[in-house]
Write a protein that binds this ligand. Sequence first.
Ligand code: GFB
Length: 316
Amino acid sequence: MHKHEKILVAGSSGLVGSAIVRKLKEMGYTSILTPSHQQLDLIDQRKVFEFFACEKPDYVLLAAAKVGGILANITYPGEFIYQNIMIQTNIIEASYKYKAKKLLFLGSSCIYPKLAPQPLKEGYLLSGPLESTNEPYAVAKICGIKMCLAYNQQYGTDFLCLMPTNLYGPNDNFDLQDSHVLPALIRKFHEAKVNDKSFTVIWGSGSPKREFLYVDDLADACVYLLNNYNFKDISPFINVGTGQDLPVKQLAYIVKSIVGYTGDIKFDHSKPDGTPRKLLDISKMNSLGWKAKTSLEDGIRKTYNWFLDKYGMEYS
Ligand code: GFB
C-alpha cells in the first residue's frame, strides 16, 4: 500500500478499527477514510454503495462488526447474525463493485468447531458442530469468509481473511454485561478496589482456557499482510494469535494483581463457561515472518492505564 492511497477502515471507532488507524497513521499513511456510524450506516446497502462510488477506496479493512462477550451473544443472537451479515455483505460487494485493490476481512476464533483438536488449524473449519453460545455470530463470520473466497474465485478479487483470537486493548467495551472477559475483569477489580469490597464475582467455573492478543499487535498483523501478501499466499485464510492460552481463573489473578485489588475472588457457576478451549495454531502466520510482540502482562497494564484515563472517575 502506497502512503497516499485511499484506505477505508470500516469500524474505525471500535477496538480493532481504532488500533488499525493508529498503526496506519504511525506508518505515515495520509489518506485514511474513517466514516463514523452517523456518517455511514454500514447496514444500509444504498448508502454504502454511494460512499464507495464517491470515495473509491484502494484498500478496505473490514473491522466493523456487532461484537460482544458470551452473555451478549446469548442475549442478542438475532442482532449478531443480522448486523454482521449485512455489514460484511455490503462492504464485500461494494469492494468488488468499485474495484478495491484488496480487502481484509476479520473473522474470529469462534468459527471453529467447539470440540476441534487444539491448537486450531485453519483446515478445521466446518469439521464439526459449533459452540452454541455464539453460533449466530460464528455463522455470520463463516459466511464472510466463504463470501470472500467465492468472490476471489469468480471475480479474481484479492480479499484476504484473517482469524484473530480473543482481542483486548484501548477502546474495548467495558460494560459489565456485554463485554468480553478481560475488560470485564479490569472494571470489576478496579471498582472493587476503589470501593474496598471484600470479594469480586467472576462468571463460570474459571476453568475455560482463552488466548488473548493485544489489539495493536493485531493491527500490525493486518497491515503486514496487506503490504506483503495476497490471498493466494494465505488461502483459504490465516489465524492470528499468540500461540499461548491460560485458564480464566489464572487470567483473573493476573488482572487482580495489575489493578492492585487485594480482596477475594468468587465464581458464579450459574453463568456459562462457553467453549472449553480455543487456542489458535499460528504456524502459518509465523511462517510468513510475523509474531505478536506484546506480553499479556504488558498488554493488560497498557489497557488498565487507558481505562484509568478514560473511565477512572466514572467507574469508581
Ligand atoms: O470473553 P467471553 O465473554 O467470551 O468469556 P468467549 C470468556 C470466559 O470468561 C467465559 C468467563 O468462560 C466466561 O464465563 N468470564 C468470567 C467472564 N468472568 C466474566 C465476566 O465478568 N465477563 C465475561 N464476559 N466473561 C466470545 C464469543 O466467547 O469470544 C464471541 O462470545 C467472540 O462471539 C469472542 O468470538 C472472541 O471467549 O466465551
